[in-house]
Write a protein that binds this ligand. Structure first.
Ligand SMILES: N[C@@H](CCC[C@H](N)C(=O)O)C(=O)O
Length: 258
């Protein structure tokens, strides 16, 4: 039987999106998820997202990495599912949905999706990096010569070497000349560099504020796939009201047998 799927991208972080309100897609079929995300034998994506019913909010987001495993929060995926729910007519411009790290409010305005991220109250200082959880675990490290940096090699080394079996996403960052920051991210579960990572961009913005590299609470972050914006409130070591904002687009709709 042919099944309908949609493809979305948020600043180049791409996702297979499936309306699973009927519950037909089993969460345990990790082999199928990995197959659908495969860029040669499947549809191709950094991850797969199921939109499901939720008792307390407008809908539920279930996120899988390209390796087929269900994982922690995905910021760009969260922005894309907001656009998808709006496309399906489930929500208007303002909504709240449930994800693995709890409820998220979101707003669509002029083609941009703003997603409220979880509060962050703990930032761990490492020898030349910071570590925090913005819904997913993130290592943030400043480097020189980001453009030429071997993100895949260094990212893989840190992801496995420092963070063990569970791993972490690894972000490399440098300041740019327009008062913002450039980022490149190695994503756990994709096990490669992606063009953008929303929870990573969020972590970088908070890290740059924490390190005093910027004093503003509205930070532009330039990922390989496009620009994202993070704003937040800061009080006594805690970051609250964190919003991740950027474009999220439907790329195509398709049918596939699985
Ligand atoms: N692309 C993501 C992060 C997805 C989760 C990550 N790969 C993990 O397993 O920790 C984003 O936009 O936040």
């Amino acid at each position: 039987m042919k099944n309908t799927f949609y493809k979305y991208q948020g600043t180049g972080n791409d996702f297979v999106m499936i309306d699973n309100r009927n519950g037909d897609f089993f969460h345990t079929d990790n082999t199928l998820v990995a197959h659908l995300c495969d860029r040669r034998f499947g549809i191709g994506a950094d991850g797969l997202i199921l939109l499901e019913n939720d008792d307390d909010t407008d809908f539920r987001m279930v996120y899988f990495n390209a390796d087929g495993n269900e994982s922690t929060m995905c910021g760009n995926g969260g922005r894309c599912i907001v656009a998808f729910a709006h496309f399906l007519g489930i929500v208007d411009d303002e909504m709240e949905f449930m994800a693995i790290d709890g409820p998220h409010k979101a707003l669509i305005q002029g083609g941009m999706v703003s997603l409220k991220m979880q509060d962050v109250s703990e930032i761990k200082e490492k020898s030349n990096a910071l570590f925090m959880n913005t819904g997913s675990p993130h290592h943030v490290q400043m480097v020189e010569g980001l453009k030429q940096y071997d993100v895949k090699k260094e990212g893989a080394r840190l992801r496995y070497g420092v963070y063990g079996e569970k791993g972490s996403n690894i972000n490399f960052v440098e300041a740019n000349t327009t008062n913002g920051f450039n980022i490149r991210t190695y994503e756990r579960g994709v096990e490669d560099e992606t063009l953008s990572c929303g929870t990573g961009v969020t972590a970088v913005a908070l890290a740059m504020h924490h390190l005093g590299k910027t004093s503003t609470n509205q930070i532009a972050i330039n990922a390989l796939g496009g620009n994202l914006y993070v704003d937040f409130k800061y009080n006594n070591g805690s970051y609250t009201d964190i919003y991740l904002k950027g474009a999220a687009k439907q790329v195509f709709k398709g049918e596939m047998e699985w």
